[in-house]
Design a protein around this ligand. Structure first.
Ligand code: DAH
Length: 345
Protein backbone atom coordinates (compact mmCIF):
# COMPACT_ATOMS: atom_id res chain seq x y z
CA UNK A 1 0.00 0.00 0.00
CA UNK A 2 2.66 2.53 1.00
CA UNK A 3 4.86 1.43 -1.86
CA UNK A 4 1.95 1.95 -4.21
CA UNK A 5 1.31 5.49 -3.01
CA UNK A 6 4.98 6.29 -3.11
CA UNK A 7 5.40 5.11 -6.69
CA UNK A 8 2.55 7.12 -8.17
CA UNK A 9 3.14 10.17 -5.97
CA UNK A 10 6.83 10.45 -6.83
CA UNK A 11 6.10 10.02 -10.51
CA UNK A 12 3.29 12.55 -10.52
CA UNK A 13 5.31 15.13 -8.64
CA UNK A 14 8.13 14.75 -11.14
CA UNK A 15 5.75 15.27 -14.03
CA UNK A 16 3.96 18.30 -12.55
CA UNK A 17 3.88 21.09 -15.17
CA UNK A 18 3.00 24.09 -13.09
CA UNK A 19 2.46 25.32 -9.57
CA UNK A 20 -1.25 24.72 -9.69
CA UNK A 21 -0.78 21.06 -10.70
CA UNK A 22 1.79 20.64 -7.94
CA UNK A 23 -0.52 22.11 -5.34
CA UNK A 24 -3.28 19.73 -6.46
CA UNK A 25 -0.88 16.84 -5.86
CA UNK A 26 0.05 18.09 -2.41
CA UNK A 27 -3.63 18.18 -1.49
CA UNK A 28 -4.20 14.75 -3.03
CA UNK A 29 -1.56 13.11 -0.84
CA UNK A 30 -0.81 15.37 2.10
CA UNK A 31 -3.97 17.44 2.41
CA UNK A 32 -6.36 16.96 5.32
CA UNK A 33 -8.21 14.30 3.37
CA UNK A 34 -5.17 13.23 1.39
CA UNK A 35 -4.30 9.58 0.78
CA UNK A 36 -1.28 9.52 3.05
CA UNK A 37 -2.93 11.56 5.76
CA UNK A 38 -5.83 9.14 5.86
CA UNK A 39 -3.44 6.22 6.14
CA UNK A 40 -1.59 7.86 9.04
CA UNK A 41 -4.87 8.53 10.73
CA UNK A 42 -5.93 4.89 10.23
CA UNK A 43 -2.86 3.62 12.10
CA UNK A 44 -4.65 3.71 15.42
CA UNK A 45 -6.99 0.92 14.28
CA UNK A 46 -4.12 -1.43 13.52
CA UNK A 47 -2.49 -3.97 15.80
CA UNK A 48 0.65 -2.94 17.62
CA UNK A 49 2.88 -5.03 15.35
CA UNK A 50 1.30 -3.63 12.21
CA UNK A 51 1.59 -0.12 13.59
CA UNK A 52 5.26 -0.61 14.24
CA UNK A 53 5.81 -1.74 10.67
CA UNK A 54 3.66 0.74 8.76
CA UNK A 55 3.97 3.78 11.02
CA UNK A 56 7.61 4.75 10.48
CA UNK A 57 7.39 3.97 6.76
CA UNK A 58 4.35 6.22 6.37
CA UNK A 59 6.01 9.00 8.38
CA UNK A 60 9.10 8.62 6.26
CA UNK A 61 7.09 8.84 3.04
CA UNK A 62 5.31 11.92 4.29
CA UNK A 63 8.66 13.67 4.87
CA UNK A 64 9.93 12.53 1.52
CA UNK A 65 6.87 13.78 -0.41
CA UNK A 66 7.08 17.12 1.40
CA UNK A 67 10.70 17.41 0.36
CA UNK A 68 10.00 16.41 -3.26
CA UNK A 69 7.16 18.87 -3.53
CA UNK A 70 9.26 21.70 -2.11
CA UNK A 71 12.06 20.86 -4.53
CA UNK A 72 9.72 20.70 -7.49
CA UNK A 73 8.16 23.99 -6.46
CA UNK A 74 11.56 25.68 -6.51
CA UNK A 75 12.30 24.20 -9.86
CA UNK A 76 9.00 25.35 -11.35
CA UNK A 77 9.47 28.85 -10.03
CA UNK A 78 13.04 29.28 -11.20
CA UNK A 79 12.92 27.33 -14.45
CA UNK A 80 9.47 27.85 -15.84
CA UNK A 81 7.69 30.75 -14.23
CA UNK A 82 9.61 33.49 -16.02
CA UNK A 83 9.60 31.94 -19.49
CA UNK A 84 5.87 31.26 -19.26
CA UNK A 85 4.94 34.85 -18.50
CA UNK A 86 7.22 36.26 -21.15
CA UNK A 87 6.31 33.74 -23.79
CA UNK A 88 4.69 35.40 -26.80
CA UNK A 89 1.37 33.90 -27.77
CA UNK A 90 0.98 34.52 -31.49
CA UNK A 91 -2.63 33.35 -31.49
CA UNK A 92 -3.76 35.99 -29.02
CA UNK A 93 -5.82 38.84 -30.51
CA UNK A 94 -3.95 42.14 -30.56
CA UNK A 95 -4.70 45.10 -28.35
CA UNK A 96 -6.64 47.75 -30.24
CA UNK A 97 -4.76 51.02 -30.08
CA UNK A 98 -7.18 53.87 -29.61
CA UNK A 99 -6.50 56.73 -31.99
CA UNK A 100 -7.71 60.23 -31.31
CA UNK A 101 -9.30 62.36 -34.00
CA UNK A 102 -9.76 66.02 -34.71
CA UNK A 103 -12.40 68.10 -32.97
CA UNK A 104 -15.60 68.79 -34.95
CA UNK A 105 -14.79 72.51 -35.04
CA UNK A 106 -11.36 71.84 -36.49
CA UNK A 107 -12.90 69.39 -38.91
CA UNK A 108 -15.39 71.86 -40.33
CA UNK A 109 -12.71 74.56 -40.42
CA UNK A 110 -10.48 72.30 -42.53
CA UNK A 111 -13.38 71.50 -44.82
CA UNK A 112 -14.16 75.20 -45.28
CA UNK A 113 -10.49 76.04 -45.91
CA UNK A 114 -10.44 73.43 -48.68
CA UNK A 115 -13.59 74.75 -50.31
CA UNK A 116 -12.22 78.29 -50.42
CA UNK A 117 -8.77 77.16 -51.57
CA UNK A 118 -10.53 75.44 -54.47
CA UNK A 119 -12.13 78.83 -55.27
CA UNK A 120 -8.65 80.39 -55.39
CA UNK A 121 -8.89 82.16 -52.02
CA UNK A 122 -5.88 82.40 -49.73
CA UNK A 123 -6.14 81.58 -46.04
CA UNK A 124 -4.66 84.07 -43.59
CA UNK A 125 -4.85 84.36 -39.82
CA UNK A 126 -4.58 87.26 -37.43
CA UNK A 127 -4.05 88.20 -33.78
CA UNK A 128 -6.73 87.43 -31.20
CA UNK A 129 -5.55 90.37 -29.09
CA UNK A 130 -6.39 93.44 -31.11
CA UNK A 131 -6.33 97.17 -30.66
CA UNK A 132 -9.48 99.23 -30.56
CA UNK A 133 -8.42 100.79 -33.83
CA UNK A 134 -8.43 97.57 -35.87
CA UNK A 135 -11.41 96.01 -34.15
CA UNK A 136 -13.63 99.11 -34.35
CA UNK A 137 -12.37 102.49 -35.63
CA UNK A 138 -10.93 101.41 -38.95
CA UNK A 139 -14.06 99.37 -39.60
CA UNK A 140 -16.16 102.51 -39.37
CA UNK A 141 -17.65 101.48 -36.03
CA UNK A 142 -18.11 104.78 -34.19
CA UNK A 143 -16.97 105.27 -30.57
CA UNK A 144 -20.52 105.31 -29.25
CA UNK A 145 -21.47 102.08 -31.00
CA UNK A 146 -22.99 99.60 -28.51
CA UNK A 147 -20.59 96.86 -29.64
CA UNK A 148 -17.81 98.65 -27.73
CA UNK A 149 -19.75 98.40 -24.52
CA UNK A 150 -18.09 96.44 -21.73
CA UNK A 151 -20.95 93.96 -22.05
CA UNK A 152 -19.76 92.98 -25.48
CA UNK A 153 -16.03 93.37 -25.32
CA UNK A 154 -13.23 92.01 -23.17
CA UNK A 155 -10.94 94.95 -22.61
CA UNK A 156 -7.43 94.14 -21.44
CA UNK A 157 -5.98 95.87 -18.40
CA UNK A 158 -2.87 97.70 -19.40
CA UNK A 159 -0.13 98.95 -17.15
CA UNK A 160 2.96 101.10 -17.45
CA UNK A 161 4.98 97.91 -17.13
CA UNK A 162 3.61 96.44 -20.33
CA UNK A 163 4.63 99.65 -22.08
CA UNK A 164 0.98 100.51 -22.52
CA UNK A 165 -0.50 102.88 -19.99
CA UNK A 166 -3.81 102.55 -18.27
CA UNK A 167 -5.95 105.08 -20.00
CA UNK A 168 -8.30 107.61 -18.58
CA UNK A 169 -11.43 108.59 -20.47
CA UNK A 170 -9.68 111.76 -21.59
CA UNK A 171 -6.73 109.84 -22.95
CA UNK A 172 -9.16 107.45 -24.56
CA UNK A 173 -10.52 110.25 -26.69
CA UNK A 174 -7.06 111.02 -27.99
CA UNK A 175 -6.53 107.31 -28.65
CA UNK A 176 -9.30 107.21 -31.18
CA UNK A 177 -7.79 106.60 -34.54
CA UNK A 178 -4.48 105.54 -32.98
CA UNK A 179 -3.40 102.13 -34.19
CA UNK A 180 -1.73 101.28 -30.90
CA UNK A 181 -4.70 102.23 -28.73
CA UNK A 182 -6.40 100.15 -26.08
CA UNK A 183 -6.12 96.38 -26.27
CA UNK A 184 -9.04 93.97 -26.38
CA UNK A 185 -9.89 90.43 -27.40
CA UNK A 186 -11.20 90.74 -30.94
CA UNK A 187 -14.97 90.56 -31.13
CA UNK A 188 -14.91 89.46 -34.78
CA UNK A 189 -12.46 88.44 -37.48
CA UNK A 190 -13.15 91.62 -39.48
CA UNK A 191 -10.03 93.49 -38.16
CA UNK A 192 -7.97 91.24 -40.42
CA UNK A 193 -9.60 92.99 -43.39
CA UNK A 194 -7.76 96.12 -42.32
CA UNK A 195 -4.49 94.41 -41.44
CA UNK A 196 -4.44 92.53 -44.73
CA UNK A 197 -5.28 95.56 -46.88
CA UNK A 198 -2.65 97.67 -45.12
CA UNK A 199 0.05 95.26 -46.25
CA UNK A 200 -1.27 93.98 -49.60
CA UNK A 201 -2.37 95.48 -52.87
CA UNK A 202 -5.53 94.37 -54.68
CA UNK A 203 -6.74 92.34 -56.44
CA UNK A 204 -6.92 89.47 -53.96
CA UNK A 205 -9.35 87.16 -52.24
CA UNK A 206 -8.82 85.83 -48.72
CA UNK A 207 -10.56 84.06 -45.89
CA UNK A 208 -9.66 84.43 -42.21
CA UNK A 209 -10.72 81.65 -39.87
CA UNK A 210 -10.28 82.31 -36.19
CA UNK A 211 -11.48 82.53 -32.63
CA UNK A 212 -13.37 85.62 -31.43
CA UNK A 213 -14.59 86.70 -28.00
CA UNK A 214 -17.70 88.39 -26.65
CA UNK A 215 -18.37 89.32 -23.08
CA UNK A 216 -21.73 87.67 -22.67
CA UNK A 217 -23.50 85.07 -20.57
CA UNK A 218 -23.30 81.60 -22.06
CA UNK A 219 -26.33 79.52 -22.90
CA UNK A 220 -27.20 76.91 -25.52
CA UNK A 221 -26.50 79.31 -28.40
CA UNK A 222 -24.03 81.80 -26.89
CA UNK A 223 -20.47 81.35 -25.70
CA UNK A 224 -17.89 83.96 -24.76
CA UNK A 225 -15.57 82.33 -27.27
CA UNK A 226 -16.54 81.06 -30.71
CA UNK A 227 -15.21 80.85 -34.24
CA UNK A 228 -15.77 82.93 -37.33
CA UNK A 229 -14.62 82.88 -40.92
CA UNK A 230 -14.09 86.26 -42.49
CA UNK A 231 -13.92 86.67 -46.24
CA UNK A 232 -12.68 89.57 -48.37
CA UNK A 233 -12.41 89.91 -52.11
CA UNK A 234 -11.25 93.15 -53.70
CA UNK A 235 -10.72 93.98 -57.37
CA UNK A 236 -11.61 96.48 -60.05
CA UNK A 237 -15.08 95.07 -60.71
CA UNK A 238 -15.91 92.70 -57.86
CA UNK A 239 -19.66 92.90 -57.22
CA UNK A 240 -22.36 91.54 -54.94
CA UNK A 241 -23.24 89.14 -57.76
CA UNK A 242 -19.75 87.64 -57.39
CA UNK A 243 -20.41 87.32 -53.69
CA UNK A 244 -23.70 85.53 -54.31
CA UNK A 245 -21.95 83.04 -56.58
CA UNK A 246 -19.09 82.37 -54.15
CA UNK A 247 -21.45 81.92 -51.24
CA UNK A 248 -23.69 79.62 -53.24
CA UNK A 249 -20.78 77.35 -54.19
CA UNK A 250 -19.51 77.41 -50.62
CA UNK A 251 -22.83 76.58 -48.93
CA UNK A 252 -23.74 73.89 -51.46
CA UNK A 253 -20.38 72.20 -51.08
CA UNK A 254 -20.77 72.24 -47.31
CA UNK A 255 -24.46 71.34 -47.03
CA UNK A 256 -25.41 69.68 -50.32
CA UNK A 257 -26.55 70.93 -53.71
CA UNK A 258 -30.23 71.30 -52.83
CA UNK A 259 -29.50 73.96 -50.23
CA UNK A 260 -31.63 77.13 -50.39
CA UNK A 261 -30.29 80.47 -49.21
CA UNK A 262 -31.24 84.14 -49.43
CA UNK A 263 -29.76 87.56 -48.83
CA UNK A 264 -31.66 90.02 -46.64
CA UNK A 265 -30.66 93.70 -46.24
CA UNK A 266 -28.92 94.41 -42.95
CA UNK A 267 -26.77 97.20 -41.56
CA UNK A 268 -23.12 96.67 -40.72
CA UNK A 269 -21.01 99.84 -40.39
CA UNK A 270 -18.17 98.49 -42.54
CA UNK A 271 -20.26 97.61 -45.60
CA UNK A 272 -22.66 99.45 -47.87
CA UNK A 273 -24.98 97.90 -48.85
CA UNK A 274 -25.00 95.24 -46.17
CA UNK A 275 -26.83 91.93 -46.07
CA UNK A 276 -27.42 88.94 -43.87
CA UNK A 277 -27.19 85.46 -45.36
CA UNK A 278 -29.93 83.06 -44.40
CA UNK A 279 -30.00 79.39 -45.29
CA UNK A 280 -32.92 77.00 -45.10
CA UNK A 281 -32.32 74.05 -42.87
CA UNK A 282 -34.96 71.54 -41.75
CA UNK A 283 -37.65 73.93 -42.97
CA UNK A 284 -36.30 76.91 -40.97
CA UNK A 285 -34.44 80.01 -42.17
CA UNK A 286 -31.26 80.44 -40.16
CA UNK A 287 -28.94 83.45 -40.23
CA UNK A 288 -25.43 82.23 -40.90
CA UNK A 289 -23.44 85.26 -42.04
CA UNK A 290 -23.21 89.00 -42.42
CA UNK A 291 -21.82 90.48 -45.63
CA UNK A 292 -21.83 93.38 -48.01
CA UNK A 293 -19.80 95.64 -50.28
CA UNK A 294 -16.78 97.09 -48.48
CA UNK A 295 -17.57 100.60 -47.22
CA UNK A 296 -15.59 103.45 -48.77
CA UNK A 297 -14.54 104.57 -45.28
CA UNK A 298 -12.86 101.20 -44.79
CA UNK A 299 -10.98 101.60 -48.07
CA UNK A 300 -9.97 105.10 -47.05
CA UNK A 301 -8.64 103.82 -43.73
CA UNK A 302 -6.21 101.55 -45.60
CA UNK A 303 -5.42 104.20 -48.25
CA UNK A 304 -7.13 102.42 -51.13
CA UNK A 305 -8.80 104.64 -53.65
CA UNK A 306 -12.54 103.85 -53.36
CA UNK A 307 -13.09 105.04 -56.95
CA UNK A 308 -10.59 102.50 -58.20
CA UNK A 309 -11.33 99.46 -56.05
CA UNK A 310 -14.42 97.65 -54.90
CA UNK A 311 -15.09 94.38 -53.17
CA UNK A 312 -17.21 92.32 -50.88
CA UNK A 313 -16.66 91.12 -47.33
CA UNK A 314 -18.43 88.48 -45.33
CA UNK A 315 -18.31 86.95 -41.87
CA UNK A 316 -19.65 83.49 -41.10
CA UNK A 317 -20.25 82.08 -37.67
CA UNK A 318 -18.16 78.96 -38.05
CA UNK A 319 -19.32 77.50 -34.76
CA UNK A 320 -22.88 78.10 -35.91
CA UNK A 321 -22.23 76.26 -39.18
CA UNK A 322 -20.80 73.30 -37.24
CA UNK A 323 -23.88 73.21 -35.01
CA UNK A 324 -26.16 73.14 -38.05
CA UNK A 325 -24.11 70.62 -40.01
CA UNK A 326 -23.67 68.16 -37.16
CA UNK A 327 -27.04 68.88 -35.56
CA UNK A 328 -25.56 69.98 -32.23
CA UNK A 329 -28.18 71.53 -29.94
CA UNK A 330 -25.88 73.23 -27.42
CA UNK A 331 -22.75 75.27 -28.21
CA UNK A 332 -21.27 74.44 -24.79
CA UNK A 333 -20.82 70.81 -25.88
CA UNK A 334 -17.93 71.89 -28.14
CA UNK A 335 -15.93 73.11 -25.17
CA UNK A 336 -17.05 70.58 -22.59
CA UNK A 337 -14.34 68.01 -23.30
CA UNK A 338 -17.00 65.34 -22.75
CA UNK A 339 -15.83 62.17 -24.49
CA UNK A 340 -19.39 60.95 -25.01
CA UNK A 341 -19.84 63.97 -27.27
CA UNK A 342 -16.41 64.08 -28.89
CA UNK A 343 -16.35 60.40 -29.80
CA UNK A 344 -19.40 60.79 -32.03
CA UNK A 345 -17.34 62.51 -34.72
N1 DAH B 1 -18.11 91.04 -38.16
C1 DAH B 1 -19.55 90.79 -38.18
C2 DAH B 1 -19.95 90.15 -36.86
O1 DAH B 1 -19.14 89.73 -36.14
C3 DAH B 1 -19.89 89.86 -39.30
C4 DAH B 1 -19.74 90.50 -40.61
C5 DAH B 1 -20.76 91.21 -41.18
C6 DAH B 1 -18.55 90.41 -41.31
C7 DAH B 1 -20.65 91.80 -42.42
C8 DAH B 1 -18.40 91.02 -42.54
C9 DAH B 1 -19.46 91.71 -43.09
O2 DAH B 1 -17.27 90.94 -43.24
O3 DAH B 1 -19.31 92.30 -44.31
O4 DAH B 1 -21.11 90.09 -36.58
Amino acid sequence: MIEQIKKTAVLNIKKALDLKGLEDLRIKYLGRKGELTRMLRGLKDLSLAERRRVGPAAQHLKKELERLIAEKKNELITNYQLPITSRFDVTRPGHRIKLGHIHPLTKIEEEIRHIFLSLNFSVVEGPEVETEYYNFDALNIPPDHPARDMWDTFWLKQSAKSGLFARSDLQRKSDLGQKNGRLLLRTHTSPMQIRYMETHNPPFQIIVPGVVYRHEASDATHAFQFMQIEGLMVGKDVSLANFKYIIEVFLKKLFGSDLEFRLVPHHYPFVEPGVDVYMKFSGKWLEVAGAGMVHRKVFEAVKYNPYEWQGFAFGFGLTRLAMIKYNIPDIRLFYSGDLRFIEQF
